[in-house]
Design a protein around this ligand. Structure first.
Ligand SMILES: [Zn+2]
Length: 57
């Protein structure tokens, strides 16, 4: 998921709960950055989930 905390967006893996250790100004920045660091966004049961590289298999 992309979570908003303290006015910043963070990437959190929906499988293991790890975060990306980065904060982003906008939702779109977080989504773009996730793609750059090889996180995957995928749609499961109509909702988007974010998956860290360790959990992509
Ligand atoms: Zn993970």
């Amino acid at each position: 998921m992309i979570s908003k905390e303290y006015g910043k967006y963070t990437l959190i893996c929906d499988i293991c709960g790890a975060d990306s250790d980065e904060e982003y100004e906008t939702f779109q920045d977080a989504a773009d950055a996730g793609a750059d660091i090889e996180w995957k966004r995928k749609k499961i049961d109509g909702g988007w989930v974010d998956v860290c590289p360790d959990c992509i298999e």
